[in-house]
Design a protein around this ligand. Sequence first.
Ligand code: UDP
Length: 328
Amino acid sequence: MILITGGAGYIGSHCAINFLNAGYEIAVFDNLENGHIETINTLKTIGKVNFIKGDLKNREEIRNVFKTYNIDAVIHFAGYIEVTESVQNPSKYYRNNIIGSLNLFDAMVEFSVKYIVFSSTCSIYGDAKYTPINENHPINPINPYGKTKLIIENILEDYDKAYGIKSVCLRYFNAAGADSKIRLGETHSPETHLIPNILKSIFEEDKTFKIFGTDYNTPDGTCIRDYVNVEDLAQAHRLAYLYLQGNNKSDCFNLGSEKGTSVKEVFDTAKKITGKEIKYQNAPKRQGDTPILYADSSKARKILGWQANKTIEESIKSAYEWEKFLRQ
Ligand code: UDP
C-alpha cells in the first residue's frame, strides 16, 4: 500500500488519483487543516482509499499508520506551503514541516519502509543565478518555507546514508490546473496562488486581482514563473516510485514546463480563455518573491521518463472549470 501524507491537499489529492487509476490501494494521512474531507470522499469514489485523520507532529498517530497498514512506500506532501506566511511566522513552518517530517521518517526507519517520494520545491534555489534552473544550480532558499524544504532534503540524504532510506525529492515549479474530469482542483483558504486568485476575481464581486510587483527586472516588469500542470506533477510521483523500486537509489529532479510565463501573461491568457474582463490592480511586491524562476527538467525527462505534457492554457481552462464547479 502507498501512504500519501497530505493526500487531502491540492497536489497530494491529484497524486492520489494517479495511484488509484494505476490500481494501487492507498492510505491518506492528513490532519485536514488545509486538506478537505470532501476531497477524501471524492477519492473514495475512484478507488480503494484508507483515510486516517492525523497530525505528523504527533509521533504516535503516524506510528499507528505503519502498525496498521502494510506500507510499501510513502509519498510525502504534508506541510505548510505559503511563502509570505513563512516569512511572518517561521516558527510555525520550522515546527510543523521539520518535526512532522522527522516523525514520519523515524516511523519509516522503525517499520523498515525504504522508499519515499518527497514534495520539494524550486524555492530551495532562491534567486536564479541563471535560467533555466537545473539541479546543479546553487542552493540558497530566501524564505523559511524554502528553507524547511531544503532541511528536509538534507535529512533524507543523511537518513539514506545511516538507515538506507531511499528518496526521490521532486522540486516542483508552480503547480497549476485541476483534475481533467473536474473532480478535484485547487482550494486553499485563504487562497494565495496566482491562477485561482485571477479566476476568483471573475466570480467574486468584492475581489480584485492584485499584481504583486510591476517593476521587477523582467520584460514586462512582473515576476516570471514556470506553471506545470498538476496532473503532470502527479504522474511524476508514480514514476519516481517506480524509479526507487527499479534502482534502489536516491535522487532529485526539477519538475517544470521549462517555459517562463509572467504574471501579466498569465492574466492575459486567463482573460482570453474565460472571455471575461477581470478586475485587477497593481500592488506592491510580495515579501520573499524572486523575479524569475523556470525549470530545466531534462534530468527528469532522461531518468524518470517524465515530461510536462499540458500547456498553461489547459491548466487555466481546467482551473476555470473547477471554479465554476465550486459555485454550482
Ligand atoms: N501573484 C500575484 N497576485 C496574486 C498571487 C500571486 O501577482 O494574487 C504573483 C506572485 O507574486 C508570484 C506569482 O504570482 O510572482 C506566482 O505566485 P504563487 O503564489 O502562485 O506561487 P509561488 O511562485 O509563490 O510559489
